[in-house]
Ligand binder design. Structure first.
Ligand code: ADP
Ligand code: MG
Ligand code: MG
Length: 883
């Protein structure tokens, strides 16, 4: 088997299409080599070796060592050096690289191959001892941390101590002798910590680092990251071994990262950061504040340090040439890593850049205008779930602001919450339902869970490409990074800036769009949707076949949903309408009534309210279809619970508290989800359905007259399991339609259909469709009843089930295609066999979940219905399903 793929010198054995085997980084290094770009030569050890490693008790395939030796010799030939050679040593980096990008989750070792002997050779060859020993101390630190398991801070403390003693402030203040001394100290730290000397044999170093990269695939933060991003553990990582180029060779050398377009806004301009006389890790770690790449950006940020454009015009010009080329080649925004060694630019990585959804929209739409991609491709480029981010509020410009400090606008959107200083506190706050802002000096991959739990992230250190910024942008979470004046004291649990102090638990607001950090919870404003959003949605609407309706119970919700492009109401839950105080009294009278006469009297009081609700809804929807579900929940939900409530209701209704308590006890159910609810109510008390039907028909006539648009109500009977149930209720509805038609002399165009939310109904869909004029799959209840899991009680074990791989995703969030999905498919097939062209939709949380929408498209549904804010998500997901 071929385990190793070489790249460099204008050619490569791999290419971009081989990311499964070579990982994203390796595949793109090969691709860049093939394009003739300046890539330091190297080779990729495939992901199959990682799979082998874990399948065979952490050992390698037999022939791997030979293949690595051969590839390393080839790198030596190209560079004119030899790995481990005492006179002319080749130094390499050992870099992880999975199929899906997992920024910062796994480990990389730079400057490998250095030892007490080769460091002298490097010093001599370069004529720069400072550089040689700076590289050596970096290598000892990284290798000790990644491979030997020593803590970073031990080395940092030694360095800080040394700097203090010498009165230095920057790492670049240290000269050759300083680094020589520190290397001595570092080696002592290793010996003390491990009881053995720092490994001097380059061969041993290499295999130590390769093993550590494979091991890092299973470290906690990588596992967490994979769980969060649904990356299978079976994929494995590749290892890239690449000859070193040095950004730390003085002022003509540098290292940096750049995006071909702005990842926050999508603006078409080279965007990024670089550091002179530094190695890669320095930029990401946020140890020094990086400089801007372009002069325009430097001016805009008011930085006093020169841009790359000014400081290194030739390398800058080369970067500009290359970025244009890469973007054309990949036809997507690229995120690049580069290093300049003594004036020569080297490319170390390129990949499709993570971006905010705002940027994704702008980039997709502009690339269509530039002729780079088609409209369909643009539609496929934007993650539907991410549209959610756009629907976030921003800070109200008229709200009063008290500035605490200002940092970099690292990830847009505004968030308010109480200050927490650790991941654990953030998770605790989230659990208790308290919104929080995670405040850190800087974040590292260990903080991932806290960052996820927090509403927003604030860091004192780190640039626009720091860990916090990259992760936050990926999630669409507001983030302000590099708030330089902020002093964070973890021990005292306070943060201070400009003489103002915030304690843990105090409220702050961050504005990731401007970088402002404000005291207190500042007023927010609903989002504005940009021009690119509507452009892309127009393209999406052109491709999709599925219609998108909304779940709305009020005119306000319906209005919001129409603004988001809803094409009707797929589910109006009538029970919510009865909870307003005035109605609740009548509702309770109805429930507590001893006989039908009493119930009818109470229902008569509810009728005008209910009719008015529907008039408003029909008016907003202007002739679009509206599906109204008859009363569904068990009646006891409307009854008072505590003694105080009971006393109050007793006073209102004139019933005795004992009587009330007795009635509540009678209505008590052991398992209300499977109890006296849904159409069972209408079968037992038809007068309830009659009142609702009357309200609907009278409202249809009234709203039809007022708007001039014929209203087509669709009346939906919930929780049906047999045709007979539906017929009983439908009989009453039809009779009521006739009555209202006669009373008003208007024609009413309506349909009666049913929800399919019990397995029996799905199986018997053929005969139910004889009476039902439409189906709507209530997948919340259908999931509960098909899986036998109560959604309200699933929390206790669902997490465990996900961890143990029983469920890949929460079946209440994303439809269980195999099980519930099959019931849906059976229901559709049998229903349409009876009634050709039967209209079928889905309501329930799944209607707004992109993966479930894809299923619905494939299953042949006519529409999905979801909450108003998810309508754009469903529209885009439906379009992608159709592509
Ligand atoms: P990550 O996946 O965390 O970004 P990388 O493997 O990309 O890790 O390495 C991090 C940084 O190390 C790179 O951005 C680059 O600056 C530096 N680096 C890696 N390999 C080399 C090399 N061969 N020469 C110089 N710098 C390198
Ligand atoms: Mg990288
Ligand atoms: Mg239901």
């Amino acid at each position: 088997t071929k385990w190793v793929y070489s790249f460099g010198d204008g050619k490569a054995e791999g290419e971009a299409g081989m990311r499964n085997l070579l990982g994203g980084k390796g595949a793109n290094l090969a691709e860049m080599s093939n394009l003739g770009l300046p890539v330091p030569p190297g080779f990729t050890v495939t992901t199959e070796v990682c799979t082998h490693f874990y399948a065979h008790e952490r050992t390698y395939p037999d022939d791997l060592k030979d293949q690595v030796r051969g590839a390393l010799a080839e790198v030596g030939r190209i560079t004119g050096k030899r790995f481990g050679d005492a006179q002319n040593p080749l130094l390499v980096s050992v870099r992880s690289g999975a199929r899906a990008s997992m920024p910062g989750m796994m480990d990389t070792v730079l400057n490998l191959g250095l030892n007490d002997e080769t460091v002298e050779a490097v010093a001599k060859a370069s004529g720069d001892r400072r550089f040689a020993y700076d590289s050596y101390r970096r290598f000892i630190t990284m290798y000790s941390n990644v491979v030997l398991g020593l803590e970073h801070h031990e080395f940092e403390e030694a360095l800080d101590l040394y700097k203090d003693r010498k009165g230095y402030s920057l790492d670049t203040d240290l000269d050759a002798d300083d680094w020589v001394k520190l290397v001595g100290t570092y080696k002592t730290i290793v010996e003390t910590g491990l009881g053995r000397a720092f490994p001097q044999d380059p061969e041993e170093q290499l295999w130590g680092a390769v093993g550590a990269v494979f091991e890092s695939w299973m470290n906690d933060r990588a596992i967490t990251y994979r769980e969060l991003h649904d990356i299978p553990a079976s994929w494995g990582t590749a290892v890239n071994v690449q000859s070193m180029v040095f950004g730390n060779r003085g002022d003509t050398s540098a290292t940096g990262v750049a995006f071909t377009r702005n990842p926050s806004t999508g603006e078409r301009a080279l965007y990024g950061e670089f550091l002179i006389n530094a190695q890669g890790e320095d930029v990401v770690a946020g140890i020094r504040t990086p400089q801007d790449i372009t002069e325009a950006a430097a001016r805009a940020s008011g930085s006093d340090k020169p841009s790359m454009e000014k400081a290194m015009p030739d390398s800058y010009a080369e970067l500009v040439r290359i970025y244009g080329l890469l973007e054309k080649h990949y036809r997507d925004m690229q995120d690049m890593e580069f290093t300049v060694e003594e004036g020569k630019l080297w490319m170390l990585q390129t990949r499709s850049g993570k971006r905010t959804v705002k940027a994704a929209l702008r980039i997709a739409v502009e690339m269509v205008a530039e002729g780079l991609i088609s409209e369909d491709e643009a539609v496929s480029r934007v993650d539907p779930a991410a549209l959610d981010q756009l629907l976030h509020p921003t800070i109200d410009p008229d709200a009063e602001r008290t500035l605490l400090t200002k940092g970099l606008p690292a990830s847009p959107g505004a968030a308010a919450g109480e200050v927490v200083f650790s991941s654990e506190e953030a998770e605790k706050a989230k659990k208790d339902g308290r919104p929080c802002i995670l405040v850190r000096v800087e974040t590292s991959p260990e903080d991932i869970k806290g960052m996820l739990a927090a509403e927003g992230i604030l860091t004192a250190r780190g640039g626009m490409t720091s860990h916090a910024a990259v992760v936050a942008r990926g999630w669409g979470k507001p983030c302000v990074s590099g708030a330089g004046t902020l002093r964070v004291d973890y021990a005292k649990r306070v943060a201070v800036a400009g003489g103002k102090t915030v304690k843990a638990g105090d409220f702050i607001t961050i504005d990731g769009g401007t970088g402002q950090v404000l005291l207190g919870a500042v007023g927010m404003r609903p989002p504005e949707l940009s021009g690119e959003f509507s452009t892309l949605m127009t393209w999406a609407d052109r491709v999709r076949r599925l219609k998108v309706r909304t779940n709305a119970d009020t005119a306000t919700d319906a209005k919001a949903a129409r603004d988001f492009g809803a094409e009707g109401i797929g589910l109006c839950r009538t029970e919510h309408m009865f909870f307003e105080p005035a109605r609740l009294v009548a509702m309770r009278e109805m429930i507590l009534a001893e006989d039908e006469k009493g119930r009818r009297a109470a229902l008569a009081k509810l009728l005008p309210f209910q009719r008015q609700d529907f008039v408003e809804l029909f008016t907003v929807m202007k002739g679009l279809p509206v599906t109204i579900r008859l009363l569904d929940p068990p009646l006891h939900e409307f009854l008072p619970q505590g003694d105080k409530d009971i006393a109050e209701v007793a006073a209102q209704t004139g019933l005795s508290p004992e009587n009330l308590r007795r009635r509540a006890a009678e209505l008590h159910e052991h398992n209300p989800m499977l109890g006296f609810r849904g159409c069972r109510l209408a079968v037992a008390y038809p007068e309830i359905a009659e009142m609702q039907a009357r309200a609907i028909f009278e409202a249809a006539v009234e709203a039809g007259k007022a708007t001039g648009e014929a209203v087509q109500p669709e009346i939906m009977v919930p929780l049906v399991m047999t045709k007979r149930e539906l017929d009983i209720v439908k009989g009453r509805i039809d009779a009521m339609a006739k009555a209202v038609t006669e009373e008003t002399a208007a024609t009413i165009d309506y349909q009666v259909g049913t929800m399919i939310e019990l397995p029996r109904a799905a199986l018997r869909a053929g005969e139910i469709a004889e009476s039902a004029e439409f189906f709507s799959f209530g997948t919340n209840d259908l999931t509960q009843t098909a899986l036998g899991i109560s959604r309200d009680d699933a929390g206790t074990f669902l997490d465990i089930y996900r961890k143990k791989g029983v469920f890949e995703t929460d079946p209440f969030m994303s439809l269980d295609r195999e099980g519930v999905g099959e019931l849906v498919s059976i229901g559709i097939e049998r229903g349409r066999k009876t009634r050709a062209g039967l209209k079928v939709g889905i309501c329930g949380e799944h209607g707004g979940d992109p993966a479930s929408v894809v299923f619905c498209h494939g299953a042949g549904l006519d529409y999905v219905s979801c909450s108003p804010f998810r309508v754009p998500i469903a529209r885009l997901a439906a379009a992608q399903a159709a592509l």
